[in-house]
Design a protein around this ligand. Structure first.
Ligand SMILES: Nc1ncnc2c1ncn2[C@@H]1O[C@H](COP(=O)(O)OP(=O)(O)O)[C@@H](O)[C@H]1O
Ligand SMILES: [Mg+2]
Length: 448
């Protein structure tokens, strides 16, 4: 179908565009926080901790891929802003830092952006902040090191007008690395936020602890240990570390120095089905073309709910499937061109589409292994050892690990929240994810 036809199909439902976008919500974007549903207990817990620990706090948001971690972090930042706490929309990507200096540079960049963002609305304040010595030093550190982190661009401070010249004339001794400077700089920056802006603290959002390979989890753990005293313990800073269960377990819980200073709440529970339907209703309402009349539902709520169940609480996976199905089928449902799509309309297409994509991504023979795995473990978690012994007979641990890491990366399997306790070292467990159920036609009856 060409793009015009798709757009016209949305119009039939009084919708501007697809309501099934998969981006996290974020204040001041086209995916506004007003679309946020549920999570009141989680919000109260996270904000409560920040309020009760005005000096500093360290918390994690952990949970499965697509359950809503990043969006919750954005919600917390938006709510904390009301209490005078500065933050940036973007997160510090721990996964993209290779050295402690790179991680410190990313943290400094995030704090600088938050500070300048806090001053954005008033030219005189902005000038005052931009001219502060600590801001110059920190932005110079960032400029030197961000070139090495592979996450360049987007630093608002790097481009600031007349004062850039002065910053580059600073003589930086070769020993002045971000990790040596950061502690003092963070202290000065929060003082500046208080004196110049009347804001009392920063909230720093660290993420990308998702489905880490064993070696990158080890590296992230080491980096986080290294910045404990020079970042996490500094007065005036609150830290939110976001990741999947297994990753946060390796990176934080398994490090006594970190576990002792981070609070460890349980994993985020999936939104309830009713909340998922409310999420969709809000999106439909927000994307109306004509405000004077309601949007029509493009998908039957029962069908959306069934997909959400198949994806087992994975919002992003569910939305992606709805986006694919409506992109192809909207306007062509069995009920007529303006009838909502049913599960029967969508499933044959989705099964074909996910199967084809799995083959493109993984290759033919890995897909056969995935089918075998999905059949055996449709409803029960499995370990790497099970993959090696049952699915990849005759192959070694490393091969099984590589296969599972590939499946994790593409979202065909996901981490199971509990480890298997069986005498020796507790073993990580995995489960089949929605995309693999669709690709292998599990969990629904193929029409005869
Ligand atoms: N509480 C919520 N209310 C409304 N939409 C949400 C909520 N949580 C997540 N979403 C939506 O679900 C999708 C996945 O959320 P995201 O925060 O990216 O998950 P995660 O970071 O856990 O992988 C996004 O499109 C996001 O907009
Ligand atoms: Mg996320």
């Amino acid at each position: 179908m060409d793009r015009n036809a798709v757009r016209n199909a949305w119009r039939l439902f009084n919708l501007r565009e697809s309501p099934f976008f998969q981006e996290p919500l974020q204040a001041d974007t086209r995916y506004p926080m007003s679309l946020f549903v549920g999570r009141t207990a989680d919000t109260d817990r996270l904000l409560g901790k920040i309020e009760r620990s005005p000096a500093s706090s360290r918390q994690t948001i952990r949970g499965a891929v697509g359950v809503g971690k990043s969006t919750l972090a954005q919600h917390i930042k938006a709510e904390a802003a009301v209490a005078g706490i500065l933050s940036t929309p973007a997160a510090v990507s721990v996964g993209s830092a290779l050295t402690v200096d790179q991680l410190c540079a990313l943290v400094l960049r995030s704090v600088l952006d938050a500070l300048l963002g806090g001053a954005a609305n008033q030219a005189s304040l902005r000038r005052k902040v931009e001219n502060a010595e600590a801001v110059h030093q920190a932005s110079q550190m960032v400029r030197v090191y961000q070139a090495t982190t592979g996450s360049s661009g987007g630093l608002s401070v790097a481009g600031f007008g007349g004062s850039a010249g002065r910053a580059t004339t600073l003589v930086t001794p070769p020993t002045a690395t971000p990790s040596l400077m950061i502690q003092g700089l963070l202290q000065q920056l929060v003082r500046l936020a208080r004196e110049a802006l009347g804001r009392n603290a920063f909230l720093v959002h660290l993420n990308n602890l998702e489905n880490l390979t064993e070696s990158s989890a080890e590296r992230a753990a080491q980096l986080m240990r290294d910045v404990r005293d020079i970042c996490f313990m500094i007065e005036g800073y609150h830290w939110l570390v976001i990741g999947t269960d297994e990753a946060v377990r390796t990176v934080i819980d398994a490090q006594p120095q970190l576990a002792s200073v981070f609070s460890t709440p349980p994993a985020l529970a999936p939104l309830m089905k009713t909340e998922f339907l409310e999420l969709l209703r809000r999106r439909y309402a927000a994307l109306r073309v004509e405000e004077s009349r309601p949007a029509r539902q493009p998908v039957e709520p029962e069908a959306a709910s069934a997909l959400y169940e198949l994806f087992d609480g994975d919002l992003r996976g569910s939305l992606a499937a709805l986006d694919e199905a409506t992109g192809e089928l909207l306007g062509f449902g069995a009920g007529g061109s303006d009838a909502p799509l049913t599960l029967g309309d969508m499933m044959p297409f989705l099964a074909r589409w996910y199967a084809r994509r799995a083959e493109e991504r993984l290759g033919k023979s890995p897909v056969v292994l995935l089918q075998k795995l999905a059949r055996r473990h449709a409803d029960k978690p499995f370990t790497l050892r099970a993959v090696r012994d049952e699915i990849m007979k005759g192959r070694n641990n490393a091969a099984a690990r590589r296969f599972v890491e590939e499946l994790l990366r593409f979202g065909y399997v996901k981490e199971h929240p509990e480890r298997l306790q069986s005498g020796g070292r507790p073993a990580a467990q995995y489960v089949i994810a929605g995309a693999a159920k669709l690709a292998t036609s599990l969990g629904w009856e193929q029409p005869a």
